[in-house]
Design a protein around this ligand. Structure first.
Ligand code: IMP
Ligand code: ZN
Length: 363
């Protein structure tokens, strides 16, 4: 089943750039810093190779990853590799999110950080990357799936769109700076804003002005919601009516009611929820209830590197944990087209590609 899950076209809507770094790249970069004496490699190696991490430890690991990766060259390299890795398992549309960072010691601004991400997209060479937003009227429509194959003989194609993340540690001004940067970069495929970071830090009212502004300016919004118990914040987030939400772990009865009536799609990250212990086990995961009540959901990885997973693995996990057959898994994958933040032209091309794929897939 995992092999089959790899062959189906998939859409990834919740992937953090630095969380999706390859272990081998992280170790190589860390070794380099160890040789320069910036870090003690043996201490760092232990942290990187540890597999079971609580939510608190995950954020310590992110601080370490950022220490190792925050220079322009590394950001471009990681972007290139992450896109190649998703394309290799037949992800056909990727919404990649990342927190624009300043690093004065490397003369890095939020803008130059994002330029490095775009350089990384341009550097991908073993798959065609469609990342710059075209206006519908300008779209060429030269889909690489025209020959009736969605993968295989011809070069593969992956659509990549970017979401800029606001870190919950940031101030209102810093969040606003990120939104303005996103607006400046729309022509480079930035389609929205994410709110993420350590869920016990920061307050909703700090980010609200920037998120409101983003929404008014036509950016789509996704919010990490309910990663820790915080009933009031979850209500405020649902009232904001974001385009999607991530996780929804600590939701209470009235949150579920509100979520379901508003039909906000949920990005489900099974392995991440289990690893960070925000959900005790898959048999009590809210996937089952949302799936059976036909609420819009999409399977995602969150952080393939940090949680040692892949989107195919997440699909396989869902199939086995919730007893879903191939047809149902294919439908789940295809349904995600409805929740992407890119425009109608991309949606139509993806629809067409899924239709072609269904003729080839054994179901
Ligand atoms: P980056 O934004 O590309 O640097 O990706 C890593 C960042 O994504 C982390 O520092 C967090 O801010 C955010 N992130 C990754 N995984 C999670 C999660 O499970 N919950 C909340 N934030 C996360
Ligand atoms: Zn996340």
């Amino acid at each position: 089943m995992e092999e089959w899950c790899k062959t189906i076209p998939k859409i990834e809507l919740h992937a953090h750039l630095n969380g999706s770094i390859r272990d081998s790249t992280l170790l190589e970069l860390a070794r380099g810093l160890g040789e320069k004496g910036t870090i003690v490699f043996s201490d760092v190696e232990k942290v990187i190779l540890k597999n079971d991490r609580s939510l608190v430890e995950v954020f310590k690991l992110f601080d370490l990853i950022h220490l190792i990766t925050t220079d322009h060259e590394s950001v471009s390299r990681i972007t290139k590799e992450v896109v190649e890795d998703f394309a290799a398992e037949n992800v056909v549309y990727l919404e990649l999110r990342t927190t624009p960072k300043r690093n004065d010691s490397k003369a890095m601004s939020k803008e130059s950080y994002m330029q490095a991400v775009v350089e990384g997209l341009r550097a991908v060479n073993n798959v065609d990357v469609d990342f710059a937003c075209k206006l519908d009227a300008e779209a060429t429509g030269n889909s690489h799936y025209d020959n009736g194959r969605y993968s295989g003989a011809e070069r593969k194609k992956i659509y990549v769109r970017l979401l800029l993340s606001i870190d919950r540690r940031e101030s209102t001004e810093a969040a606003m700076e990120t939104v303005k940067l996103a607006l400046q970069m729309k022509h480079l495929g930035v389609v929205g804003i994410d709110l993420s970071g350590n869920p016990v830090i920061g307050e909703w009212k700090t980010f609200l002005p920037a998120l409101k502004f983003a929404k008014e300016q036509g950016l789509s919004i996704t919010l990490h919601s309910g990663e820790v118990p915080n009933a009031e914040e979850v209500h405020a987030m649902l009232d904001f009516l974001p385009g999607r939400i991530g996780h929804a772990c600590y939701f209470e009865e009235d949150h579920w009611r509100k979520l379901k009536s508003s039909k906000i799609p949920v990005e489900i990250c099974l392995t991440s929820n289990i690893r960070t212990e925000t959900i005790p086990s898959l048999d009590v995961h809210h996937f089952a209830d949302l799936y059976s009540s036909e609420h819009p959901i999409t399977l995602c990885t969150d952080d393939t590197g940090v949680f040692s997973t892949s989107l195919s693995h997440e699909y396989n996990l869902a199939a086995s944990a919730f007893g879903l057959a191939k047809k149902e898994m294919y439908r789940l994958a295809r349904n995600a087209v409805n929740f992407i933040f890119a425009g109608s032209q991309v949606k139509e091309e993806l629809e067409e590609m899924f239709a072609l794929a269904s003729k080839e897939l054994e179901m």
